[in-house]
Structures are given as C-alpha cells and as structure tokens.
Design a protein around this ligand. Structure first.
Ligand SMILES: NC(=O)c1ccc[n+]([C@@H]2O[C@H](COP(=O)([O-])OP(=O)(O)OC[C@H]3O[C@@H](n4cnc5c(N)ncnc54)[C@H](O)[C@@H]3O)[C@@H](O)[C@H]2O)c1
Length: 438
C-alpha cells in the first residue's frame, strides 16, 4: 500500500450494535508488547479477536497465531472498513494514537486507546470532541481507574481520611546508568517492517533500532518520555483523588545528565504543578538512580495534615501524623526548650494507621469494564476527557522543561497566555500526506 493510496482511503461506516449475548468483535492495532497483552486480556474477557493489524510482520504473525481466524492487516484503515467490528484497540506508539483514534470514530467503532492519549495537547482535544460527536464509548489505558484498591485509596482521601492534602509527590525511578539503551548505528529497516508506515505523521528519519519497538519512548517525535509513559498513571490517580482539572502553573527542570545513548528525553526530571487547589503536585523521574523515594517504597505519596497515604503497586498505607491538641505558641517565653518539648509531647496521632493490600494495575478489570460499557453505552472507568486532562497535564510539564519557563496555563482555552514559544509546542505539523480529519 503506497502512502498516496493510504490517504485516499475513506473509512466511514455505520456503527454496529452488539446484541446482549453476542461476543464483542474487536480489531487490534499495534501488536507489540502492550498489544499482545491486551489481546490476551480481551480474549480472557470473552471478546472475539476478529482482526489484528501491525506494520511489522513478525508481530502480526505472533498475534494471528493467538487470534485464531482473525483477519490480518498492515494498514489499519482497511481494517476499519470492516463493518462487523464493534471496537478497536489502539496500542501503537503514541504518535499514532490520534490519527488512528479519529479514523476509528469516523468508522463508528468504540475504542480502547492506550495511554498517553496523544502526543500533543491539540490532538487530545480533537480526540475528545470527535468521540463526543460520534457518541463512541472510549476507555483510556489508565487501568488504575479500574483497581478496587486504588479506588478505596481515592475515596479515603476524598472523604478526608488523611486531612487536608497540601502536597503530592509522584516518582518513577530506574537506574539505566551507564549505557541506557546504548548507541546504535543506523541500519536498513528489517525487511518485514514498513518503516514509513511506522513513522506515519512523524518526521521522516532513517531507521535506527533505537527508534523502533519500545525504545521509541526515548524520542520526542514519538513519545513524551517517562512523564507520559509511567508518569501519567500516577498523575491520573492524583487528579482523580484530589478532583483536579487542569493545572494553572507549571515548572520543570532536568536534563540528560548521566546517560549517553542518544536519547532526547531527560534522564533526570522534576516537574511541579500548581492546580490552584491548595496542593502542590510534583513528579520526579530519576533514571540514573533507583533508590526508593520514601521508606514505604511508594511511587505516590499524598501528604495530608492528618496522615500520609503511600500508594504502591501492591498496597496502600496510611501513616498518621502527630498533631498537637493546642496551638503551638501561647503567650510566654516562646524560646524556652521546655515549652517546645511540652508542645511536642502533647501531639497525638491524628488518624488511624491503615494498610490495604491489592493491585494497582487492574488490567483485566479495565478491559471487562470497557466491554460492559460497549454493550451498555455507559461511560467507562477511564473516560476520554480524564485521559486527555491527565495526558495534557504531563505534556505541559514537558513544554515547561523545553521552554525553561514557569508557565501559566489557561485551561479553558488550552493556551499559554502570551507565550508563543510554549503555544507552538501544543501541536506539530504532520508529515504529508498524513493529516488529521477535521
Ligand atoms: N497501560 C499500560 O500499562 C501500558 C503498558 C505498556 C504500553 N502501553 C502503551 O501501549 C502503546 C504501545 O507500547 P508498546 O510497549 O507495546 O510498544 P511496542 O513498540 O512494543 O509496540 C507497538 C507496535 O505498534 C506497531 N505499529 C507501529 N505503527 C503502526 C501502525 N501504523 N499500524 C499498526 N501497527 C503499528 C509496531 O510495529 C509495534 O508492533 C504505547 O502507547 C504505550 O504507552 C500502555
């Protein structure tokens, strides 16, 4: 299929409505690491894998060996032409999500789309609107939203269980020093790979193994780096727990300090968001040191006035703060040690400790929830708007890093007032002939 032929295709079709007892017929786009896992999960949840699509032959072959009888495609547009598909699952690299999603909406398919929702803020906004117009059921792959344990933690925080939350820290540490992904010489693309179609709307560059499977996360043309890769799962829970919309101010610092492998994303990063809600939210990414961020080994900590809630992949723990029953300084000799000691001694735990075990990554529940919603037409646990706001919150962090500015954000307009350089990073020019449908 040539690129000219690719854009000439149209993919409008009427939405099929699955009967209550019928298996949902799903088509899968992107059969790499995540696509393979999602294929297993959808089969386990009772869906029919009716079609599989990849631009790399061996991944397609492997998927087809599991999805018995599935139609095979290199070009997802041809797959979308199949009116018998109820839903599509998008697990391609991030730079493909928007285009494939918009075409899937046009074709009347419900969509399970992997996180991050999009590569740019403008893409995400367009995806939200297209899904709404086409009345599509959309689940974003932020599967913590389907975890009973995470929901319990969120509800505990929302009910005031840890008191007023003033700071939340998210962290994603991994020691990749010294080699990272290694420097790879350029090479001809493997014959089974359609490199041009892998690149799609991204700029044309010669093939390099580092830009291919999985490692594309280290390059800005295809990914927002670890902030939108792992960070989004955490940022999404923070927004959910504190009922946050968009941040108002964003600052970031970091860089490639230690790892010399040709990557473009930082190996060390700190992002700060002020949501105007009286809580400071931060994300730390250390890729040249993996010491845990806290004694609890948690990647997410909610610091409340009564307690700290540490959320880990397999548990959450509430560690009470000690607070004084009376104000600290009453009239008198403020500097005296015994006054201070008495005050310290008067402090009592303000909350009960709590330990809840479970699993944060509720992959199967998330897929089941999507399939239920495809039938019921209800909104899934990770709706597209939340996926967009969490993705965009991360993308704003990257824009703050790249501009080196402390940015003000007008969430209603999705613009940085008076900051042209930052506004330019809200979208990018697709490589011809790829264009987003309006
Ligand atoms: N929710 C989660 O926990 C989770 C976990 C891992 C990955 N992901 C997301 O899943 C997505 C894929 O990640 P991955 O690790 O599987 O990457 P990957 O590189 O292993 O797989 C991507 C696949 O997409 C294929 N592809 C590329 N362009 C295509 C196109 N135009 N049409 C069809 N196929 C195409 C590639 O050949 C490859 O097989 C990413 O967006 C990632 O963020 C989510």
């Amino acid at each position: 299929m040539t690129r000219r032929g690719f854009t000439a295709l149209t993919a409008f079709s009427a939405a099929r409505v699955a009967g209550a007892n019928e298996r949902i017929r799903a088509g899968f786009i992107g059969m790499g690491a995540r696509g393979d896992r999602l294929l297993d999960l959808f089969l386990a949840a009772g869906a029919e894998a009716a079609a599989v699509c990849d631009v790399y032959g061996p991944h397609l072959d492997f998927a087809a060996s599991k999805a018995k009888g599935a139609r095979r495609f290199k070009d997802y547009r041809l797959m979308l032409d199949d009116p018998s598909l109820d839903a599509v699952v998008i697990a391609t690299p991030d730079h493909w999500h928007a285009l494939q999603f918009l075409h899937a909406c046009q074709a009347g398919k419900d969509v399970y789309v992997e996180k991050p929702l999009s590569l740019t803020v403008a893409e995400g906004r367009q995806m939200v609107e297209a899904a709404g117009r086409a009345r599509r059921v959309v689940q974003v792959g932020t599967q913590r939203r389907s975890s009973a344990m995470v929901r319990e933690a969120v509800e505990f925080i929302r009910a005031g269980g840890i008191g007023r939350v003033t700071a939340v820290r998210a962290c994603d540490n991994l020691n990749e020093w010294p080699l990272g992904i290694g420097k790879q010489p350029g090479a001809a693309p493997p014959p089974e790979l359609d490199w041009d179609l892998w690149l799609g709307p991204a700029p044309a560059v010669p093939y390099n193994p580092n830009r291919g499977w999985y490692n594309y996360r280290w390059f800005r043309d295809y990914s927002g780096g670890q902030l939108t890769n792992n960070g989004i799962h955490l940022v999404d829970v923070v927004r959910w727990a504190l009922d946050l919309g968009y941040p108002r101010r964003i600052a970031a610092m970091g860089g490639i300090y230690a790892i010399d492998d040709g990557r473009e994303i930082p190996d060390t990063l700190e992002v700060l968001w002020d949501f105007g809600a009286g809580a400071l939210v931060s994300f730390t990414q250390y890729n040249a040191n993996d010491a845990p961020a806290n004694a609890q080994g948690a990647d997410l900590e909610f610091r409340g006035a009564k307690a700290t809630l540490y959320l880990r992949p397999d548990r959450f723990e509430v560690v009470p703060q000690r607070v004084a029953g009376r104000v600290r300084y009453r009239p008198g000799p403020l500097h005296r040690e015994d006054t201070r000691a008495a005050w310290m001694a008067s402090r009592k735990p303000a909350a009960a400790p709590k330990l809840v075990r479970g699993t944060a990554t509720a992959d199967l529940e998330h897929v089941r929830n999507f399939l239920e919603c495809v039938r019921s037409r209800r909104e899934p646990n990770a709706p597209i708007l939340e996926g967009h706001l969490s993705t965009a919150t991360c993308l704003l962090g990257n824009i703050a890093l790249r501009t080196g500015a402390m940015l003000e954000w007008d969430g209603a307009r999705e613009r940085f007032p008076g900051h042209d350089a930052a506004n330019r990073l809200l979208d990018y020019q697709y490589r011809a002939p790829f264009t987003r449908p309006s």
